[in-house]
Design a protein around this ligand. Structure first.
Ligand code: PLP
Length: 442
């Protein structure tokens, strides 16, 4: 007779954890519930979530408005095939997104994840050039340290060997722009003496490839997985100008930054205005606040209209069974309501300044290379991955969860975090860093 497995046994025997070493001998947390900015494990221990899950829990856990919207829609019509029909939440959400972005960014295709949104955005850009009679425009440029997802085209957009190695032949047609981070001290903060790659280097590269071969430039406004790198002011503006000069589309990946995370509704707003907006914007994580899988690819109206001239369909030959899932769209509408009603974009800017100021004191510690950020997306760069892991474990033992991307600890809590919670989180992290760095230099 089969004995029922405990959750830990079932996990150890059958669950394959993504982006995670198999020989990990630390005991994983078993999370069972969450409320506001906190999650609880099966031993009843409570943790302050300074990482918003995977940067997606923007309105916190068990938010009654979202939970109610989700269960209401699931109990009515969970979803239906958007190739054939429309549904109330999908149409309303597409309309809502259009109202949040500057025109002519007015048409949205829904997918399920950030990676799918990247794939769709790149396909749309290339297909659009094909429809316009520019078949040779196939190359996509992206920052060498960028991250746009885990699928084939998405990993081709990054130069990081960690993501590419052993994955077999990747699709052709990708080139990497020097990441706009200091080339001398390799820090993500820009000091006066720093030389940060920008328009001059990028234009040289574009001319070497031949602008007539390039379909699009794809970038994040703030690099997330790449280590919370905040490009100096004006870099998106420079890319917009290069795209205009050479007929390339500008695709801005707002999967991590969209819907308030950086203290503006969209990260590109720090650099671009309605007169010089992106041509395509992808969003995902904050769209549903983590309550359901959903991603959006929003394009200029005229890019959409051009697909009427696609010779095989007269439309976009792309889509997924659950893209635009009605229940996920209902959750997204509720999340956007909460963000607006509770002024969470302004809150992210305020809490972000508070947290950044507290954490920047850590730069005095030996072992901390840099502290930087924008809004509630802050990176504490440690001298090594080992040190970052040590700090992250110590913080967890003290009841605070942060996310490590290599040597960079990412602090990106729910936008709903209170000032007291932010202060307490910063204190715990500071203690953990001080303890680790004191030991490290002793
Ligand atoms: N783009 C950015 C900027 C991201 O940060 C991520 C994920 O972290 C992705 C795309 C991929 O999203 P997903 O993990 O939902 O496929």
């Amino acid at each position: 007779m089969n004995r029922a497995l405990t959750v830990r046994e079932a996990d150890r025997q059958h669950l394959w954890h993504p982006w995670s070493p198999l020989d990990s001998n630390h005991e994983r947390l078993v999370l069972v519930e969450g409320d506001g900015s906190h999650v609880r494990d099966d031993h009843g221990r409570t943790f302050l979530d300074l990482r918003a899950g995977t940067l997606n829990a923007t309105v916190g856990y068990s938010h009654p408005t979202v939970v109610q919207a989700l269960s209401h829609q699931a109990g009515r019509l969970m979803t239906w095939d958007l190739a054939e029909v429309t549904t109330l939440p999908a149409a309303e959400l597409a309309h809502r997104i259009a109202s949040l972005l500057p025109p002519p960014l007015g048409r949205t295709l829904f997918c399920n994840s950030g990676s799918e949104a990247t794939e769709a955005a790149l396909k749309i850009a290339r297909m659009w050039h094909h429809i316009e009679g520019c078949d040779e425009r196939m190359v996509v440029l992206s920052y060498a340290d960028g991250y746009h997802g885990a699928t084939a085209a998405a990993i081709a957009t990054t130069a990081a060997p960690f993501r590419r190695e052993g994955t077999g032949p990747l699709p052709n047609g990708y080139a990497h722009l020097a990441t706009p981070r200091c080339a001398g001290c390799a820090s993500g903060t820009h000091h006066e003496h720093c030389r940060v790659p920008g328009a001059v280097e990028w234009e040289e590269q574009i001319l070497a490839i031949g602008p007539e071969n390039i379909a699009a430039v794809l970038v994040e406004p703030v690099l997330s997985v790449g280590g919370v790198i905040v490009p100096p002011p004006g870099r998106l503006h420079d890319l917009r100008a290069l795209c205009d000069r050479y007929g390339m589309l500008l695709i801005v990946d707002e999967v991590a930054t969209g819907y308030g995370r950086t203290g503006r509704l969209f990260g590109f707003e720090h650099d671009l205005n309605a007169q010089a907006a992106p041509d395509i914007v992808t969003t995902s994580k904050g769209l549903t606040g983590g309550y359901a899988p959903l991603a959006a690819v929003t394009v200029r109206d005229d890019i959409y209209s051009a697909f009427a001239r696609d010779p095989l369909l007269g439309g976009l030959r792309h889509g997924h069974t659950t893209g635009g899932h009605a229940t996920a769209c209902a959750a997204a509408l509720a999340v956007l309501d909460v963000i607006e009603r509770d002024s969470l974009v302004a809150a992210a800017a305020d809490r972000g300044s508070q947290l950044l100021a507290l954490l920047q004191m850590l730069t005095e510690c030996v072992g901390v290379r840099d502290v930087r950020g924008r809004g509630l997306m802050i990176g504490v760069e440690m001298a090594s991955i080992e040190l970052a892991e040590q700090v992250s474990r110590a913080a967890q033992d003290a009841g605070v969860l942060v996310r490590g991307f290599g040597p960079v600890l990412t602090v990106a809590p729910p936008l709903t975090i209170s000032a007291d919670e932010a202060r307490m989180g910063a204190e715990v992290l500071t203690d953990a860093v001080r303890a680790a760095t004191t030991v490290a230099v002793a």
